[in-house]
Design a protein around this ligand. Structure first.
Ligand SMILES: Cc1cc2nc3c(=O)[nH]c(=O)nc-3n(C[C@H](O)[C@H](O)[C@H](O)COP(=O)(O)O)c2cc1C
Length: 170
């Protein structure tokens, strides 16, 4: 069984437990590491050509505009073939209720037929939000497996929870 993790995560200013903090490593990035350490996986990072603003308050407005426009921002690199993999883990933050548009820009290009998709959403209170619904339309052909919501402020201490979850996915 071969595993792949596709993730998006934004370092820098973010909202954590009621105040804006500077994260040297994004929460979804941390979760990605925990899954990789637990089950072994290749990793693909989704990143945009045009960076989001480093200021949290500006970034949330940029993200809101993208959501409203159903934008698919240009990515630095695209993954075009996942035929080598059996299990795909998707990891990303909750931005206004669903994953950042950049993640969908990647997922919609792939053929998930015959693959099992498990996914994690990091968040500050909204949990999985509308992500489960979007996964059905964005991961064409996938068998949807397990999902996990991780509160961003708890991400650093979630290693064993994530490990247990990821191992149970296989
Ligand atoms: C643009 C933006 C929009 C966000 N919208 C939400 C939201 O609607 N609900 C929520 O619970 N958290 C929201 N958050 C908080 C993030 O989901 C949370 O901080 C997450 O842990 C960030 O993961 P990351 O560090 O991997 O990017 C938002 C954060 C940003 C930057």
């Amino acid at each position: 069984m071969k595993n792949l993790i596709i993730y998006y995560s934004r370092r820098g200013q973010n909202y954590v437990n009621g105040s804006v903090k500077n994260l040297s490593k994004g929460n979804a990035e941390l979760i990605t590491e925990y899954i990789k350490d637990a089950v072994g996986a290749d990793v693909f990072e989704v990143d945009t050509v045009k960076p989001y603003d480093t200021d949290y308050m500006v970034c949330i407005e940029e993200a809101k505009a993208e959501l409203r426009a159903k934008a698919r921002p240009e990515l630095k690199a695209y993954l075009d073939n996942i035929s080598d993999y059996d299990n795909i883990f998707i990891v990303g933050p909750n931005w206004w209720g669903i994953y950042p548009m950049a993640l969908y820009a990647q997922l919609e290009r792939l053929d998930f037929t015959g693959k099992t998709v498990h996914y994690v959403v990091t968040h500050e209170g909204s949990g999985l939000g509308g992500v489960p619904k979007t996964m059905k339309t964005s991961c064409k052909g996938a068998k949807l497996g397990s999902s996990l919501a991780v509160h961003g402020g708890s991400a650093p201490s979630s290693r064993s929870q994530v490990k247990n979850w990821a191992m149970a996915c296989l």
